[in-house]
Design a protein. Sequence first.
Length: 242
Amino acid sequence: MASRLATRAFGAARLRPSTVSRSIPAVTSLTSTRPASNVPDQPKAKAQSIIDSLPGNSLISKTAILSSAAGLSVYAISNEYYVVNEETVVAFCLLSVWGALIKFGGPMYREWAEAQNEKIKNILNAARSDHTQAVKNRIENVQQMGGVVDITKALFEVSKETAQLEAQAYELEQTTALAAEAKTVLDSWVRYESQVKQRQQRELAESIIAKVKKELENPKALQQILQQSVVDVERIVSSKAQ
């Protein structure tokens, strides 16, 4: 039993470096290439990054957590609570890849997110500034229109006076039209009366002329007219002789 556990542990130990060595270069090749002068510092940097990735605030707590995890792993493997197999290797590789992506892609994502936040913040600040300026312009326009009430009152008074003048002009127009119509009627009556008088005078003259002509046809009337004419002539002559 012990020999079988030792064989499995040895096989797992042989598999882990190969998987780590295969996964880490692929991730580093995708992210960036380190200069040749930093090659001696890579183990220290990796160790420091591993230590920083562990939970805890101090080196003692991180060491305790790492020791507890290692002890639990050894206890689980030794008691066959957990068996190291191909799924463990695949899980370890996936966790390594995701850890590398989070480690190297996290800062870039954070920079992108901060840039987006700054962009949105600038847009919101610009919109707020524009809105504030628009409100100020509106307030200034309203202040400039403060005399609209007085102007409206004055225009209302002018409109009332205009309406009164229009009413008076309409009354005068109606009065003038009525006077013109009355004058027309009176002129027609005057013309009618003058025509009636002319007709009466003409009829009277015709009746007198007809009457005189009729009397001249009477000899007695002619004799009387002749005698009256002689008497008138003698009176005229006698008046001239004196």
